[in-house]
Design a protein around this ligand. Sequence first.
Ligand code: GLC
Length: 427
Amino acid sequence: MSTPRTRRLARPLLAAASLLALVATSAQAAQVNFVTGATGNAINVFKEIFKDWEAATGNTVNIVPMPSSTTDQFAQYRLWLAAQNSDIDVYMVDVIWAPQLADNFVDLTEAAKDIAPTHFPSIIESQTVDGKLVALPIFTDAPALYYRKDLLEKHGVEVPKTWEELTAAAQKVQDAERAEGKKDLWGYVWQGAAYEGLTCNALEWVKSNGGGQIIQPDGSISIYNDAAEKALDTAKGWVGTISPPGVLSYMEEEARGVWQTGNAVFMRNWPYAYALGNSADSPVKDLFDVAPLPSAGGDTTSAATLGGWNAAVSRFSPNQEEAISLATFMASPEFQKKHALMAANLPTIVSLYDDPEIAAAQPIIPRWKEIFLNAVPRPSAPTKVAYNEVSSKFWTAVHQTLSGNGSAAENLELLEVDLDELKGTGW
Ligand code: GLC
C-alpha cells in the first residue's frame, strides 16, 4: 500500500533535481548528436563506451539510430547534409563514402595529428580526399566464412576452400540433417538483397573467380568477362537449393538471424557476428569457427571486400569542438580496445592486434589482420562521386541475375554499357 504513495512523491522531486543538474552544467556541457546504423548490438555497445567520454568531458552523447542498411543510411545522410542540417554533429560513415561526402565534413588532420600515425596508413588514406582527412577510423571490416564445427565433423566434411567444395558441403549437410528432422536447416546464408551489401558479396564472388574488381583501380570498366559470369551463375545456383529463396532480401541481420538460431551450416558475414554468435544466450555459442571465404581454386585466391566505419564531423554542427573530441575518442586505443572486446569489431590501431586481452576474448581479431590487410576495396576511389550509382547499377544487375531476370551474360553486358555511359570521358 505504501509503495505507490512513495513513488508519487518521489517523481516530482527527482524531476526537479535532474533539472537543477542540467541548468548547473549547461553553461559548459554540450549534447553531441551522433548518428549511426543499428546493426546487431551496436547502439548498446556505443552507449556503454561513450560513458567514459561523457565522464571525462561532462558532455553527453545522444545516439540517433538509423536503419541497419548502409544504403538507406547514405540516402538519409545525403538529404540531411544537402539541407545543411545542424542537429547532427557526428556522422558514422561507411569506408566507401569519403569521396562523395567530403565537402560536408570538417578537416580532421590537425585534431588527429597525434593519433593518425598509430592507425593503419591505408585506412587513414581511404578517408583522405584531396589532402583533407574527412573522417577518423572507428573500426575496419573484412568478412568471414562462418561454419558449424559440430555439423561438419558429424558429417565428415572438411572446411571448404573452393566455392565448389562449399556448395557440395552445404548440400550434403543440409540433406542429411533434414533427413534427421531438421527441416528448417539451410546450407548457406549471405546477403542477397538489392543494396550495398550485395555489391560486397558479389565483388567477392567475381574477384575470387579471377574476374577483376568491377572497375579497376585505374578506372577502367572490367565487369563484363567470363569469370564474372561464371561467378554469378554459381551464386544463382545456390538460391532455393542451399540458400533459402528469401536470401534475395537478406541483409547482414537476416543472415545472422538464420545462422544464430542454428539454422544454417555456413554464413558469410562480418566479424560483429562472431561476438554475437558467442554471446551467453546464443544457441550456436562455441559451436562455430571462421575461415577465409572460398576461391574458385586453381590460381585464384580468396577475396574479402574491405569494409569499415569512421566518424565524421559535420560542417553544419554548432558543437564542433565537442564533436571533434568525440570523433577523436572513437579513434583512440581506449575506445577501440573496448569496442573490440565487446563487439569483435576489427580495430584500426596497429598495436591492438598484439593485445593479449583482445586475442583471448575475440580470437578472430588477430587472425583477421592479414585478411583485412589484403581485402579488396570497392571501386569508390577511382569512381569518386559516381560510386553510389556505380554500385547500385552493379547490385541491380546481380540481383536481376540471381532472381532469374536475364542471364549473367546478358545482365553484365548491359551493365558494362551502362557504366561506360556513366563514365563518359572520365570518372
Ligand atoms: C559492413 C561494412 C560496410 C559495408 C556494409 C554493407 O557494414 O563495414 O563497409 O558497406 O557492411 O552492407
